[in-house]
Design a protein. Structure first.
Length: 155
């Protein structure tokens, strides 16, 4: 009976359920119940915007750093190429000198082999220098020090 009475009252005042819901929502909003919720939503939206701005700035920094790294890498590759060419020239000259002399001075042998290992093993250089190095490295070691004629022992 209660339901029928409720419908009868609604029909008497020409109040539809949608109209009633509208006035209930207006009454709730006017009492201030939603004000804290709206404020929290505003704070959440502002926080999200701030975080998005921070993310955008960080993204720009990462992109700038990536570009710097690429530039440094390209520069280092250029230095490597220059170093390979310099080492090639130095080793080539040493090989020619030793082959012309017919020996390797014993005090230069360690430096010569270190340069070759750096050039060949670390820098991965070759440029046809390997054959010349192999010809030079098999030469005998000799002391470059030759006593002056006055210092030679006479028998």
């Amino acid at each position: 009976m209660g339901y029928d009475l409720g419908n009868e009252v609604l029909n008497t005042f020409q109040i539809t359920p949608a109209y009633l819901i509208k006035w209930i929502v207006v009454a709730i909003i006017s009492t201030g119940i939603f004000v804290p919720i709206v404020l929290k939503i505003k704070k959440a939206v502002e926080y999200y915007r701030q975080r998005q701005n921070q993310t955008d700035r960080r993204t720009k920094l990462v992109e700038a750093n990536a570009n710097d790294i690429i530039e440094i890498k390209n520069c280092m590759l250029g230095f490597k190429e220059v170093l390979i060419e310099l080492m090639h020239d130095r080793i080539s000259r040493k090989c020619k000198t030793y082959i012309r002399l017919g020996y390797i001075p014993d005090d230069e042998y360690g430096d010569f082999t270190r340069k070759w290992k750096l050039y060949h093993d670390v820098l991965k250089g070759n440029h046809g220098l390997e054959k010349r190095y192999e010809k030079a490295i098999i030469l005998p070691l000799e002391s470059e020090y030759k006593p002056h004629q006055s210092q030679q022992v006479k028998n």
